[in-house]
Design a protein around this ligand. Structure first.
Ligand code: IDP
Ligand code: MG
Length: 156
């Protein structure tokens, strides 16, 4: 068990469909702490860096166009084992295969329009935090309800 930070992006399809608040609310209710948040418009260069593992795929041009045309919401969540917890809440990439109860499983029908991104490992999360946030845009504050969200031996 370890205290971790992870990055979530709410994609343009979620903005268009009025899902931003509902999606954010799921992470808040789970007990994750929001430590940074902003709207950004991804540049093509940033998209190529963020999706470096996909730039050679046939669908990449469409993915880049979709992710750079309109603003997205970027935020950092903190909690015990946050990377794995958040990926579970998000669901698998193809929303049609995502479990009911996950964000993708409940809110979308698509792979290319799947409403949300989340870091897939601790290393990726670290790279994504520095990709999207300056150090002064992240906040270290005490979330008082953590006394009720975690037991004594879970607070690090
Ligand atoms: P992830 O978002 O679940 O981590 P990745 O494989 O990292 O999945 O892919 C990043 C994003 O690229 C996906 O969320 C999805 O929007 C898009 N994508 C991945 N595979 C496909 C595909 O086969 N067709 C269209 N878009 C895809
Ligand atoms: Mg990914």
């Amino acid at each position: 068990m370890a205290m971790e930070k992870t990055v979530v992006l709410i994609k343009p399809d979620a903005f268009q469909r009025g899902l931003v608040g509902r999606i954010l609310s799921r992470f808040e209710r789970k007990g994750l702490k929001i430590v940074g948040m902003k709207m950004v418009k991804m540049s093509p260069g940033l998209a190529k860096e963020h999706y470096a593992h996909l730039v050679d795929k046939p669908f990449y041009p469409g993915l880049e166009k979709f992710m750079t045309n309109e603003p997205i919401l970027v935020f950092v969540l903190e909690g015990q084992e946050a990377v794995e917890v958040v990926r579970k809440i998000v669901g698998v990439t193809n929303s049609r295969k995502a479990d009911a109860g996950t964000v993708r499983g409940d809110y979308s029908m698509s792979t290319g329009r799947n409403t949300i991104h989340a870091s897939d490992s601790i290393e990726t999360a670290r790279a994504e935090i520095t990709r999207f946030f300056a150090p002064e845009e992240l906040f270290d504050y005490n979330l008082k309800v953590w006394d009720y969200i975690y037991a004594e031996d879970e607070k690090e």
